[in-house]
Design a protein around this ligand. Structure first.
Ligand code: PMP
Length: 407
């Protein structure tokens, strides 16, 4: 994408024109959440102003329109992930809720004492804790795939961890700390050789790379809307139909039932079996709009531009003495975690903030990963398609000043 295209895109994001402490905002915290284009915010407004009525149950005009919009959003998410069937898409509050759903419902149906669950060392807490809770509930053991010094998973150890007690593998597509793009297709193939299903946490993948769940042969694939320019509080779980049919509902309530008597309740068909209560039909519609927006720019264009930013920023960061970058995988997305000498990451983040630059500091909800690196945390800069090389130049010069001040 050329400069003019980027400027055109930036104009769609009003927040990028904000001043922070009288400085131009430089937003490099996209792995935590992305900014929203005007069309997504307008979709939310349009929903509440013109389309608002509870869905599915109503015979009246507005209810039918809202239902159509929600179900059309499901189709858009299904097409986006290249799911075979739209019924395989369950709307959730996000990645976290989707993983909790699978850990609870799959765990209930298929796991027993002494079984094992495999995750990796680079997981976000939301892909660790739900499985630990299952382990505590039912007496399972959590197994962890280690990584090498570049932040790439050790596939040989993974192979040796797969055994007849393994019930499920749950793995990030892209690390939110190191940027590593994991070889999920190979991981899934190896697990499937032993008939073990795989959940892929796509929270950091879908905004950056095209995902085809059928080609990957993923059993479950989850993501959050807010990380792909959509609203907070909405996300999706893709599950193969046979798995979704085989596991019990996660929550009980309205909409997920077929019939209810005090003696017995029968459950609704997919996808409604997993969508108890009033769904976020405004959120789903706005998420669909965000996906449309991203598809208009094109994921290939996005990946190319972000790769340029990643390469340029990495190269410029090494101009600074004492620079240590964590995560140097060959396959890497636009996330850079670093430390400078012995300076605490929090101090760097705080001073950058005063210069209008938003980066994240700390353990990034991946404490076991940070512990394994033997560091207190990192400073993390993460890029989106609306970021520019000029912003990186400002960031590098600001960082040089900050480092001098803190040294
Ligand atoms: N997994 C990964 C890899 C993430 O980066 C995040 C968010 N930082 C999550 C899961 C959790 O996403 P959410 O908080 O939107 O549920």
């Amino acid at each position: 994408m050329d400069k003019q295209q980027i400027q055109h895109i930036r104009a769609d994001f009003p927040i990028l024109a904000e001043k922070i402490y009288n400085k131009d905002l430089i937003y490099f915290d996209n792995a935590a959440t992305t900014q929203k284009p005007r069309c997504v915010v307008e979709k939310i407004e349009e929903g509440y102003y013109h389309l608002n009525a509870n869905i599915h149950r109503g015979v009246h005009y507005l209810s039918q329109k809202a239902t159509e919009a929600h179900e059309a959003a499901r189709t858009i998410v299904a097409e986006f992930l290249h799911a075979g069937k739209r019924e395989e898409i369950i709307f959730t509050r996000g990645t976290t809720e989707a993983i909790n759903l699978v850990a609870t419902s799959f765990g209930e149906a298929f796991c027993k004492k002494d079984d094992e669950v495999i995750v990796s060392v680079l997981e976000h807490h939301s892909n660790i804790v739900p499985w630990q809770m299952l382990c505590e509930r039912k007496g399972l053991k959590l197994q962890v795939i280690p990584m090498n010094e570049h932040g790439e998973l050790d596939i040989d150890t993974f192979k040796s961890l797969l055994n007849e007690r393994t019930r499920i593998v749950s793995i990030a597509h892209v690390s939110n700390v190191l940027g590593t793009i994991n070889p999920v297709k190979e991981i899934i193939r190896l697990a499937h050789e032993k008939n073990i299903p795989v959940l892929v946490d796509g929270a950091q993948a879908v905004p950056h790379i095209a995902v085809n769940v059928v080609e990957l042969d993923a059993d479950f694939y989850v993501f959050s809307g807010h990380k792909i320019y959509g609203p907070t509080g909405i996300g999706a779980l893709y599950g193969k139909e046979r798995w979704l049919n085989a596991i019990p509902p996660y929550q009980g309530g309205g909409e997920m039932i077929a019939t209810v008597t005090f003696e017995k309740t029968t459950y609704n068909e997919l996808p409604f079996k997993f969508e108890a209560g009033t769904p976020d039909y405004i959120g789903s519609t706005a998420l669909a709009e965000a996906i449309r927006y991203v598809q208009n720019i094109g994921l290939e264009n996005i990946a190319n531009h972000e790769h340029e930013l990643l390469t340029y920023c990495t190269q410029r960061l090494y101009e600074i003495d004492g620079m240590r970058i964590f995560g140097t995988a060959t396959e890497k997305s636009s996330v850079i975690s670093f430390l400078v000498g012995n300076i605490h990451p929090y101090d760097i983040g705080m001073l950058l903030d005063k210069l209008g630059i938003a980066v994240r500091t700390g353990h990034h909800c991946a404490q076991p990963l940070i512990d394994s690196l033997g560091i207190p945390g990192t400073v993390r800069a993460s890029f989106a398609f609306y970021n520019t090389k000029e912003e990186i130049d400002v960031f590098i010069e600001a960082l040089k000043r900050v480092v001098i001040m803190l040294s």
